[in-house]
Design a protein around this ligand. Structure first.
Ligand code: SIN
Length: 434
């Protein structure tokens, strides 16, 4: 079966939805989501969204991003991110995102390696509120069709130009032709044993790129968040303890009750310090304590973390949490330019699936949602300015003989091997080999 749309967006997290909302409303848009619509990492984001607070903050924010990234970042992308940050926060508020405010002003929190408080948030569930606002706005649009449980098996292309995608919907292959394809398929956490990510996110855009010679970048740059909640019965996704907990004063302690690292250093440094403590002590976790803060503040600022920890028997207003580093983010991805264009014509990649070069070797806290906003809007603007000159071409599409499950298994192995080829630190045990 064949279908035709102007733009097909693959992925229903922040980047996919925000791109759709910023596209010209004359475009006929299809959004496909591999799993349930809310099965994305946006929904799980706790900390918040970084933003340059004003023009005076631009240089400092850019420097913080570069320092965290060990100066392996792309400076023009970082500058674009910082300059276009506040206008996107303002747009989100207009759409209805209920950011926390104090005395009428946006409440800015701090996280590791930021020199000032510059992160907007909604309690400790920024992503959930953000996503709910965006999906509600998307559902109101008559030019946008949304399909959940729909798998992108391949792209349709000729001579390095993308003409559409091959999707599986209700077990049937559908060839969807379009002027543009936008991949917003998220990160790679699902290929790891221990990750804060949704399990279903296994780097779909990257494996497509590897198969079809589309340029990728920095694939070996993988971030481990210092503080996943340690749980004896761990299976599946690890619950994150937001860096904002340390930003609001939380301290890390070893088994002897001693601090061993400045909690607000960049993530890679704090993660390594925790791993070293765990190695020395042979206790499989360290402690994160905020029990000295007023209980009313903990309940107001971190209601979800409070509840989740209670479920595993820890009252964080009285006792420390047990934490362990976990895979959290992929700085690398499909290489894109400042308009989110990949090296294949008419194929855009946005969000964690893309590598804009913003994060360098280590992402600064709360820069991922902002990257998703700024660069999915830039991608949408680029499509808006060029769609009128493009015609849809129905080039023949391949017949796919594997099921989505078989393809996913194969893709996980392909990606794992490519990552291991690029980095000697990625041992077999780190991966989900089931
Ligand atoms: C967190 O809340 O610690 C996660 C925010 C991020 O990944 O930047």
């Amino acid at each position: 079966m064949n279908q035709v749309y102007d733009v097909v967006i693959v992925g229903s997290g922040l980047s996919g939805l925000y791109c759709a909302l910023n596209l010209d409303s004359n475009l006929n848009i299809l959004i496909v989501s591999k799993g349930q619509l809310d099965e994305n990492n946006t929904y799980l984001a706790q900390g918040g969204i970084s933003t340059a607070k004003n023009d005076e903050d631009l240089d400092s924010y850019i420097q913080d991003t570069l320092n965290a990234g060990q100066h392996k970042n792309d400076i023009s992308a970082v500058t674009t991110l910082a300059k276009e940050s506040m206008e996107n926060i303002t747009l989100l508020e207009k759409l209805g995102v209920p950011f926390d405010r104090i005395d009428g002003n946006l409440s800015f929190t701090k996280e590791g390696a930021h020199s000032i408080n510059r992160i907007v948030h909604v309690k400790d569930e920024t992503g959930k509120y953000l996503w709910k606002t965006l999906i509600d706005c998307t559902k109101e649009k008559s030019n946008i069709t949304i399909m959940d449980n729909t798998y992108l098996a391949d792209i349709i292309y000729r001579d390095n130009t993308c003409y559409g995608g091959i999707i599986f919907n209700k077990g049937k292959q559908v060839n969807v032709y379009s002027k543009f394809i936008v991949l917003a398929t998220g990160g790679i956490g699902g290929i790891f044993n221990d990750s804060t990510s949704q399990r279903i996110l296994i780097g779909d855009a990257i494996t497509l790129a590897l198969k079809h010679n589309i340029k990728v970048k920095d694939l070996e740059y993988i971030q481990f968040h210092p503080t996943g909640l340690y749980d004896n019965d761990y299976y599946g996704r690890r619950f994150l303890i937001s860096e904002a907990v340390r930003g609001e004063g939380g301290i890390l302690l070893n088994e002897h009750g001693k601090r061993f690292v400045n909690e607000l250093l960049p993530r890679d440094i704090v993660t390594n310090a925790i791993r070293e403590e765990i190695r020395k002590s042979k206790v499989p976790y360290v402690f994160l304590d905020i029990s000295f803060l007023p209980k009313y503040f903990i309940l107001k600022r971190f209601p979800m973390i409070y509840e989740k920890c209670l479920q595993v028997g820890i009252d964080i207003s009285k006792d420390p949490m047990l934490v362990i580093p976990s895979q959290h983010y992929h700085m690398g991805g499909v290489m894109v330019d400042l308009d989110s264009k990949s090296s294949m014509h008419r194929l855009y990649v946005i969000g964690e699936a893309a590598c804009t070069g913003i994060h360098g070797k280590n992402r600064l806290a709360s820069n991922s949602l902002l990257e998703g906003l700024v660069f999915s809007k830039r991608g949408a603007d680029s499509i808006n300015s060029s769609f009128q000159s493009i015609t849809i071409k129905k080039v023949p599409a391949a017949q796919i003989n594997q099921t989505p499950n078989e393809l996913s298994k194969y893709n996980k192995q392909l990606l794992k091997k490519e990552l291991q080829r690029r980095s000697s630190d990625l041992y077999d045990e780190l991966f989900d080999n089931r």
